[in-house]
Design a protein around this ligand. Structure first.
Ligand code: SF4
Ligand code: SF4
Ligand code: SF4
Length: 340
């Protein structure tokens, strides 16, 4: 067996197997939507160089186990057209595709099916994923990004380093409203109970707690509630699983324009470089935010960003990860001296 630089192969998206000399290739697919013709290529790699099996990775990569190290150059040559199509052609990434992937740092961008198919979607999640891929890849700095098309958040944006959720600000056309209260009942049942009928038999909304799901639009029989052409986004930050302080992400921004979202994400590699002093290492984004402190993070990430007038940014963020680390729900609090 030839000498193996495991770190180098890991950078190229080949994960070391527990079987000596074998690796698992993780094929990226930003937004998780692709021409089905590529399945033939995936099948060929699995059956020619892998062990014949395929794992759909937890970040929705095509993960191909059982590739022996001596075949990696051959595999990279074979997958070059796939990488070119997915990264360069679809996402506009500029990279040399002839030697496989150059970095594993920014993980595959996860997105729900969104506006391509889902009737609840407020945004085209795939288009956004492609635009973001161009901003973060190739790059040595780690980041996990997830995109949900609506506040149902099927992509679990709240457990990503940076999670994005598409939202809408429905417009109310009072003349069309017949006072049926379908929207009131729907918002009460599936959302945040912010609608009520007023004494003019019309609808009043408490805008403060509207989550921007659009359920009122979908249910209204007369089109009195309508989506605007303009869509908006929430950004969650610092969500993570794992051994050290798992926690749900917190809302960093709401009612952002797409332009502002992209300008913020573009700051991430520079922010990572600044916090890690140029030494790229694997750390959840939340740990980087903790190291910098929320206010420094906020200042850095918003530097030069053109916020739209509706945008709201969190003054502060209150984390609550101690409850997981210390098994607060499983044991009496007095038995945990490290909780205070
Ligand atoms: S998050 Fe919303 S848009 Fe995306 S799949 Fe779920 S329900 Fe549909
Ligand atoms: S569902 Fe439409 S018509 Fe009925 S109360 Fe709500 S806004 Fe008015
Ligand atoms: S967008 Fe959602 S939360 Fe806001 S009023 Fe409509 S149903 Fe309620």
């Amino acid at each position: 067996m030839k000498d193996v630089n495991i770190q180098e192969l890991r950078q190229m998206c080949y994960r070391q197997s527990k079987i000596p000399g074998e690796f698992m290739l993780q094929l990226r697919c930003a937004g998780n939507y692709l021409d089905a013709k590529w399945l033939e290529m995936v099948q060929y790699v699995c059956q020619t160089w892998g062990n014949g099996q395929l794992h759909i990775g937890t970040r929705l990569t095509f993960s191909i186990p059982g590739i022996k190290v001596e075949y990696i150059d051959e595999v990279n040559e074979y997958i070059a057209p796939y990488i070119y199509e997915m990264e360069c052609n679809i996402c506009g990434v500029e990279m040399d595709t002839s030697k496989g992937y150059p970095y594993i740092g920014p993980r595959n961008i996860v997105a729900c099916i969104g506006g391509i198919h889902c009737i609840k979607a407020n945004i085209n999640t795939q288009e956004l994923a492609h635009k973001i891929e161009k901003l973060i890849y190739p790059n040595p700095y780690h980041i996990k990004i997830g995109i949900g098309g609506c506040p149902n958040d099927c992509a679990k944006a709240q457990f990503q380093d940076i999670g994005i959720v598409g939202v809408t600000k429905p417009v109310y056309y009072q003349d069309r409203c017949i006072g049926c209260e379908a929207c009131v009942k729907k918002c009460k049942k599936v959302a945040t109970r912010v609608l009520e009928k007023n004494d003019q038999e019309k609808i009043t909304k408490d805008m403060c707690c509207c989550v921007g799901c659009g359920e009122c639009v979908t249910i209204c029989p007369t089109g009195a509630w309508q989506r605007q052409d303009q869509v908006y986004y929430k950004i969650f930050i610092g969500g993570r699983s794992g051994k050290q302080f798992p926690r749900m992400g917190k809302m960093f921004a709401n009612w952002l324009s797409e332009k502002a979202v992209l300008q913020i994400i573009e700051r991430w590699p520079e922010f990572s470089r600044w916090v890690l002093k140029g030494q790229a290492e694997y750390l959840h984004g939340g740990h980087l935010i903790d190291r910098a402190g929320y206010h420094n993070f906020k200042k850095f990430m918003l530097d030069g960003v053109e916020l739209n007038e509706e945008a709201l940014i969190a003054d502060n963020v209150y984390w609550d990860e101690q409850e997981y680390r210390s098994n607060i729900h499983l044991k009496n609090i007095e038995s945990h001296p490290n909780v205070n």
